[in-house]
Design a protein around this ligand. Structure first.
Ligand SMILES: [Zn+2]
Length: 386
């Protein structure tokens, strides 16, 4: 300072001295605190250093003790400069003023939010709680999804007895069963079990074991089987009912072109498709061995016949094809692969490929307007083999 200011009144000088003393005391206390912090962090470094040998492991505690005593000695002077009562009053004023001036920018930063936002310049000096439009209210849906259908002893008993229809009925019917599975409230229902009518097989869900073979296969009674194909007994009976109903309705004959295919059979058919179309082309029309619905005995390819039978591709344009699309669900069947569903099912539309899921689930599928089993049961899409 080169130019002395005007003489200050005694009150001002006293206040200035108090402030200087307080600043000096805080500086000493700060230096003491920094010394102690440095000691502790150094100890942590020693203790956490894995390169240290076992002989050195006891050193941090010894060093810490030694440094603690020196730190205590270092803090002793700070205790000797306790301020007087008048000094304490001045310190209180000093601290309060400091809090006020330090607090304003802190509050400003709290209320201003991001400084880069368009409202950064219109900061308020108080914090505003976030606006809440409405308090969250538990919904009925949340309450019901927490009830697992497997808590019902009748559901478990039906499953143990191998009676899929009874299990669905005990769960409250096809839609209730579907909803429970899709929302994770059916812990005892295994969509990978190929012996169940609700099994889902696709390009991401192969059989386990991969060469699974159903127990009871039979030719459907009263149905022409073009290639001698068989179906699981429950699916065979349901196909007989469907074909009989179509004939009784006057739409003509429906025949089974292809039913159960073993793992070995699928190896041959898929291999022929690969030879003709390449892997990419084959994967769009034929399942790899271990991934075909036909291996479950629950899938059948049907054709229309008028004396001779047409091809699979001919079906859609026939009266039988239209009837199958509209009525097969009444007998427990669904058209598994529809046009436009390739992103989910992994297959182009196949109006001839029917899958038996039983009348209860087929009704829920039809009435819900579902177009894939994956979506029906809340499973991920299976556009490819992953
Ligand atoms: Zn098929």
């Amino acid at each position: 300072m080169t130019v002395p200011g005007p003489p200050r009144p005694p009150e001002s000088r006293r206040a200035a001295r108090v402030l200087r003393e307080e600043a000096a005391r805080r500086a000493r206390a700060g230096a003491d605190r920094r010394a102690r912090v440095g000691t502790e962090s150094h100890d942590r470094t020693l203790a956490g250093d894995p390169s240290r040998s076992g002989a050195h492991r006891t050193r941090p505690a010894q060093a810490h003790g030694a440094r603690s005593s020196s730190a205590s000695a270092g803090s002793a002077p700070a205790r000797h400069v306790r301020p007087t009562r008048r000094g304490r009053a001045a310190v209180t004023v000093f601290v309060a003023a400091g809090l006020l001036f330090a607090g304003i920018p802190a509050l400003t930063s709290l209320t201003a939010g991001s400084a880069s936002g368009p409202e950064a310049g219109s900061a308020k000096l108080f914090a505003v709680p976030p606006h809440i439009d409405a308090l969250p209210v538990p919904t009925f849906e949340q309450a019901t999804t927490s009830t697992d259908i497997c808590g019902e002893s009748s559901v478990r008993a039906a499953l143990e007895a191998g009676d899929d229809s009874a299990a669905i009925a005990a769960a409250g019917g096809g839609e209730a069963f579907r909803a429970a599975v899709a929302t994770g409230a059916a812990s005892c229902v295994d969509l990978a079990d190929p012996s169940r009518i609700w099994v889902v097989v696709n390009k991401r869900r192969p059989y386990a074991p991969v060469d699974y073979r159903p127990a009871a296969l039979m030719l459907p009674d009263g149905v022409r089987s073009v290639e001698g194909g068989s179906l699981r007994s429950d699916a065979a009976a349901a196909l007989t009912s469907m074909v009989t109903a179509a004939r009784d309705a006057g739409v003509g004959e429906i025949a089974l072109e292809s039913g159960f295919r073993s793992y070995e059979t699928q190896q041959g058919s898929y291999g022929r498709q690969v030879a003709a179309r390449g892997v990419e082309g084959a994967d769009q029309v034929s399942a790899r061995p271990g991934f075909s619905e036909h291996q479950s005995g629950l899938a059948g390819d049907v054709v229309a016949c008028a004396g001779a039978c047409g091809t699979l591709d001919d079906l859609a344009a026939t009266a039988q094809g239209a009837w199958v699309a509209g009525h097969s669900w009444e007998y427990g069947w669904i058209v598994r692969y529809v046009d436009g569903g390739t992103d989910v099912t992994g297959y182009l539309g196949e109006p001839w490929h029917l899958r038996y899921i039983g009348p209860d689930l087929a009704r829920a599928y039809h009435e819900g307007g579902w177009t894939s089993l994956e979506e029906f049961f809340g499973l991920p899409a299976a556009p490819d083999y992953g």
